[in-house]
Ligand binder design. Structure first.
Ligand code: ZN
Length: 283
């Protein structure tokens, strides 16, 4: 099972202090760029699709699309994992579980603690029944432009209760990180991360990695982050390089799109190097 192997990767990453990148996609160019980077760097990667991205691609199609491209690009399938990102709807999450995702993320972060525990627990039961890993979320991660409100960050004193009562495998936390590209440099709350790490051995997840400074990633990994999510930067490179490519007279998509794939591959390669997951394939 892919999920058992993914758990081994998380354990290895935690022990050796590196992180697995989750790279989101909703187009074939993005997917190809990520896969080619993973192949070149000999790195495990998690492919993420949010509810919107999964809906656009077609939840019945995602796994097959990935699986077939992995074959076409001659990549080791055992290094590629799929995560359903920020699932809020349990029915949709169940569809991801039924359609070969290795992992699902239930996002109850906007609910009060009690309701978040309740909803997350329901998702955990669904996931565990099907031998799929599950990520929960505690604390609200703001979007670009939103103010960081200390009261909404993850509180270390709630961690044990949340993890013990839900039985999650991974935990997304809010410690100064934001979704989207920050307008001014982020102030990551490393002290908070330290306190959180003291409370749990659960694999900790850094959401909203786009635009974060290299040294902040390195410090966060050192302090216990084992998974980092990148989405916005991939979307931006896709859009900018597509705009550029469409300026010429060429109309054949298969001649226009390879450069976009190349740009995404380059970005993901840089992230893999930074996260330390290159050459970490478990044989
Ligand atoms: Zn996220």
């Amino acid at each position: 099972m892919q999920s058992e192997l993914l758990k081994k990767y998380f354990k290895k990453a935690q022990k050796e202090k590196w992180a697995i990148g989750q790279f989101n996609f909703s187009t074939t160019e993005q997917l190809k760029g990520i896969l080619l980077a993973a192949k070149k760097m000999k790195s495990p990667v998690i492919l993420g699709t949010s509810e919107g991205e999964s809906e656009f691609l077609g939840i019945f199609s995602v796994f097959h699309l990935v699986n077939n491209l992995v074959l076409d690009l001659n990549i080791n399938l055992k290094t590629i994992f799929l995560n359903f990102d920020h699932g809020k709807n349990l029915e949709f999450l169940k569809k991801a579980i039924d359609n070969n995702y290795s992992m699902v993320h239930i996002d109850g972060s906007l609910l009060c603690l009690e309701e978040n525990i309740k909803k997350t627990k329901e998702a955990v039961i669904l996931a565990k029944k099907n031998n799929v890993l599950i990520e929960g979320e505690l604390g609200i991660i703001p979007k670009t432009g939103e103010k960081i409100n200390k009261a909404n960050l993850t509180h270390s004193e709630q961690i044990r209760e949340f993890v013990d009562k839900t039985g999650i495998d991974c935990l997304a936390i809010s410690f100064g990180n934001i979704h989207g590209i920050p307008k001014k440099p982020l102030k990551i709350d490393f002290e908070r991360l330290k306190q959180i790490k003291k409370q749990t051995n659960t694999f900790l997840v850094f959401h909203g990695g786009s635009g974060t400074k290299s040294q902040d990633f390195k410090k966060a990994i050192k302090l216990g982050i084992t998974k980092i999510n990148i989405n916005t930067e991939i979307r931006m490179i896709w859009k900018d390089s597509l705009k550029q490519a469409l300026k010429g007279k060429e109309i054949k998509p298969y001649k226009i799109l390879p450069n976009i794939i190349k740009q995404i591959e380059k970005l993901v390669e840089e992230k893999i190097k930074l996260f330390g997951s290159a050459n970490k394939i478990i044989c």
